[in-house]
Design a protein around this ligand. Structure first.
Ligand SMILES: [Zn+2]
Ligand SMILES: [Zn+2]
Length: 223
């Protein structure tokens, strides 16, 4: 236990027990994604690679996702997003890092994150996807590039929208920041939750149109 833990004791996001962000009992309730799935059809896919039949022009090449968006993981993600507990995202980073062996990721990847619209980030003070991407890159010994993608439209939240509405809502939301060269580079785009993947797919399209190599999506939880 370090000094910070003493002053601000960690409590379980699910049951409130003191000692850690997810206590042992709640940790045992986490539903892990045992078998990797395809980012397009969300059926089982070896190594998390997009099925050859599901591949799209400018589409994602694979998906890494650690758990289901339920219980303590859902609670932890909400905490990261809406109430800043300075290191709670590390719990989520651990979940992804521990399941990474199941995935056939490309080599030499650059991790980046889904950006927030600039005003929104200023208001919130941080971007939760950025925190995750930065720490994951460190953990994997890969590069991290912040602000590679820029959000040019302040889209409304995807929550509550249908699959088709999400696609329309997010269309044209991103561009690549000035002075960024993505040609032939492999990328992993990080976000907290993967639902229909509309946001990740749109970001992927922007990168691939600019000449990126393989592009994967990585999220903590699958909704
Ligand atoms: Zn608990
Ligand atoms: Zn598929």
């Amino acid at each position: 236990m370090d000094l910070l833990d003493f002053i601000f004791p960690k409590t379980c996001v699910s049951c409130g027990k003191i000692g850690s962000y997810i206590c042992r009992k709640c940790f045992s309730k986490i539903e892990f994604v045992g078998n990797p799935v395809c980012p397009e059809c969300q059926r089982q896919a070896i190594g998390g690679k997009t099925h050859p039949g599901c591949k799209r022009k400018y589409g994602l090449d694979g998906l890494v996702v650690a758990t289901k968006y339920k219980g303590p993981v859902r609670a932890a993600i909400q905490k990261v997003k809406y109430r800043f507990v300075w290191d709670i995202h590390k719990v989520l980073v651990d979940l992804v890092a521990d399941s990474i062996w199941r995935y056939s990721l490309p080599k030499n990847v650059v991790l980046t994150s889904i950006p927030l619209f600039v005003q929104r980030k200023r208001w919130r003070g941080f971007n939760q996807a950025e925190l995750l991407a930065r720490d994951l890159a460190k953990r994997f010994g890969e590069k991290y590039q912040s602000d590679l993608l820029v959000r040019v439209v302040d889209t409304k939240t995807q929550v509550g929208l249908s699959r088709e509405e999400r696609k329309v809502n997010i269309k044209g939301a991103f561009k690549i920041s000035q002075n960024s060269n993505v040609k032939s580079q492999n990328f992993i785009i990080v976000d907290d939750v993967y639902t229909t993947g509309a946001t990740m797919k749109e970001a992927c399209k922007v990168l691939k149109r600019a000449g990126a190599g393989e592009v994967w999506a990585m999220a903590v939880a699958l909704d």
